[in-house]
Write a protein that binds this ligand. Structure first.
Ligand code: ADP
Length: 393
């Protein structure tokens, strides 16, 4: 015996001393592996030794004076749930049903006593021990992964809570500051010079941009925690879109962009959360202005949806810079912004807008999608469900 490997602890559960000795002798012929033997002459004794000796492998006789092999196997996991050693069943009778039953009950292998030899026994033990080691390694890895996953989830929730609280805390003073800037801009605190008006206009724009960012952060955390809910109601979509387009005209003009709408006549009412769909459309329009050159055009169209007969399709179409094909699959991802070597990050935004829009449309059971080509412009389209007397989201 060269003894170079760690000895394998074998528990022999066998009431016949002749067979106990026979197995020991067979295994002692193995020169490549050392074995340490523990024996038990009954099922009960076997279970006790399984707990106290923690064997690496069990050779189990099917017919014991007090238990049969299946009963022994069934008692193993409750005997010591923290230890798992493979069990090889040895029996005189070799019916097929018995083999199936024994393997089903948890034995890893089956060797008929009639054909047991040094080769069959050592091979069965080596396979069983190796399998068990692999299983234990996989289980340990899995346990570790589960722990890491739990920790990550906890951290993720902590970060979300932090963002949520931070956004709330910052929003209140920011809203106050923006209000006072508006009061001064409106001349209510006394006359302003042209330069003062211009500078305060920039301050107001900066406050609005920060408020939009904070609102996006709040929405993103609400979406993650499932706290963003919509309250859909019956709504005249033509009037809503006209109102939104009207309210966005000044911004379009400031950017030197013409903004038009094309609304199909006699559209049916839709079933939406007006505030949230206004948010989606405003966001898509703000993006269209942001990524379209001075002198460009943006159109909002509202009409029937070719794909869903129960929906109305709303599109925001610009003739701006467009999006590269390889970027398109990602633009709805959270925090994704198209990287451009010439932008220097001056376009602002957190890369949350489109992701939130997509989720808001999905809450309406609709879909937001995009068609775009570099240099030719982009078309963002989403569908909202028509109102029916019986329908509730
Ligand atoms: P952000 O709020 O940072 O703009 P969005 O989620 O709204 O993020 O948009 C993600 C990216 O999609 C932007 O960085 C921009 O490059 C691209 N994008 C969005 N709308 C348009 C558009 N109309 N034309 C061209 N690119 C657009």
């Amino acid at each position: 015996m060269n003894g170079s490997r760690t000895p394998i602890r074998i528990l022999i559960v066998e009431d016949d001393p002749w067979f106990q000795e026979f197995y020991r002798r067979l295994l002692k012929q193995d020169t490549a592996q050392e074995y340490v033997f523990v024996s038990a002459s009954s099922g009960q004794e076997g279970l006790e030794k399984y707990v106290s000796e923690r064997p690496d492998c069990v050779l189990l006789d099917y017919k014991l004076p007090d238990l049969n092999g299946v009963e022994f196997l069934n008692s193993l996991s409750s005997a010591n749930p923290h230890h798992a050693a493979p069990v090889i069943m040895l029996t005189g009778e070799g019916s097929e049903e018995l083999v199936v039953e024994v393997l089903k009950s948890g034995a890893v292998d089956y060797v008929p006593k009639k054909v047991v030899s040094n080769r069959s026994l050592t091979r069965a033990i080596a396979n069983a021990v190796e399998k068990q080691e692999l299983r234990t390694a996989v289980e340990n890895k899995q346990r570790k992964l589960e722990q890491t996953n739990k920790q990550l989830l906890r951290k993720h929730e902590e970060i979300q809570r932090f963002y949520h609280t931070l956004s709330h805390e910052l929003k209140t003073p920011l809203t106050g500051a923006a209000e006072f800037v508006s009061i001064v801009l409106d001349g209510l605190a006394g006359p302003l010079s042209e330069t003062q008006t211009e500078y305060l206009g920039l301050v107001k724009e900066a406050c609005d941009q920060m408020t939009r960012g904070l609102n996006d952060l709040l929405d993103a955390t609400r979406l993650d925690t499932g706290k963003l809910r919509i309250s859909p109601q019956r709504c005249a979509i033509d009037k809503l879109v006209s109102r939104i387009v009207m309210s966005m005209k000044p911004l379009a003009e400031r950017n030197g962009i013409s903004l038009e709408n094309e609304i199909k006549n006699e559209l049916p009412d839709v079933y939406i959360d007006e505030q949230r769909i206004t948010q989606v459309l405003t966001n898509l329009l703000t993006n269209a202005f942001k990524f379209t050159e001075n002198g460009g055009q943006v159109r909002v169209t509202v009409g029937d949806s070719a794909e869903a007969a129960d929906s109305v399709l709303i599109s925001v179409v610009d003739n701006g810079r467009g999006i590269e094909a390889d970027q398109l699959p990602h633009i709805f991802d959270r925090l994704y912004q198209v990287k451009r070597s010439d932008s220097h990050g001056e376009e602002g935004g957190l890369g949350l807008g489109l992701n939130i829009c997509k989720e808001l449309v999905a809450l309406h059971k609709g879909n937001l999608c995009v068609e775009s080509a570099p240099g030719a412009g982009s078309a963002f389209s989403f569908n909202v469900r028509k109102f029916t007397e019986t329908e509730y989201l």
